[in-house]
Design a protein around this ligand. Sequence first.
Ligand code: AMP
Ligand code: MN
Ligand code: MN
Ligand code: MN
Length: 286
Amino acid sequence: MTPSYDLHSHSIASDGTLTPEELVKRARSAGVDVLALTDHDTVDGISAAQQAARHIGLQLVPGIELSVSWGSHVIHVVGLNINPDDAALTTGLEGLLEFRQWRGEEIGRRLAKHNIAGAYEGAQTYTMGNVISRTHYARWLVAQGLAKDMNAAFKRYLGNGKCAYVKGEWAALEDAVNWITGAGGQAVIAHPARYRLTATRLRKLLAEFREHGGAGLEVVSGSHSRDEMYHMATQARVFELYASAGSDYHGPENPWVDLGRLPALPTGCIPIWQDWGLKRVMSNER
Ligand code: AMP
Ligand code: MN
Ligand code: MN
Ligand code: MN
């Protein structure tokens, strides 16, 4: 039987709600054989996930999801099979987390200007301390009764152009790809249909990404419709990118997206994991 891959997931080290151990266990129960932990801009959860995975016979792929500024867009780039201790990656992540921290405080100040006091402290109670994201604000706003659900919190306060939206400089696309590749990993454009790019812009993004050494496109995503999946399968073929598949699971609170419940890659896609077995054998021989 072919193994089941889920190559995009979050733990409480970023904006998921499960600990790395809980995430790995849940993935195993859901029938996932190979799981990538891809927290936003941090590798903090990886060693705990790896240990838990060893115990239950799941293969854990060390990963990351980097925030990238590309023109006026924020693009997410997933890194798979990275060495989490790589020096250049570590330095890159320090810069991203410094910006994320300032931006997290700035969101709090903007909400205070809109007569919502204590939001930063409130959002912090949902984090592990190192990574503060809009997701944590959204959870707090919902708990306060200031938004009816997460989506409403983004629509009203946190989304692009809304009162607490802070523009800023995340990583450059080229740097993000280099950090991942330099750490021995493969770079993948996450959930490409979520950016609402025009056809021209999407082609430009994928061409640039390829030029910088990007390897894959997340054709199958928990956030893609079937139309979007087939569209991105075509783009992956045209730009000669490997296809990846990931749920983008954040926790059991969201019933729409679960671990491992993903459609198969459309025909004609070359799976990003195609040579992983080979690579592992080679690295064992060294
Ligand atoms: P940040 O990286 O801090 O800008 O936060 C982005 C995260 O917010 C994404 O990774 C999603 O997990 C979450 N997010 C974005 N839009 C929505 C939405 N409409 N509803 C729920 N979560 C969202
Ligand atoms: Mn997220
Ligand atoms: Mn993302
Ligand atoms: Mn994600």
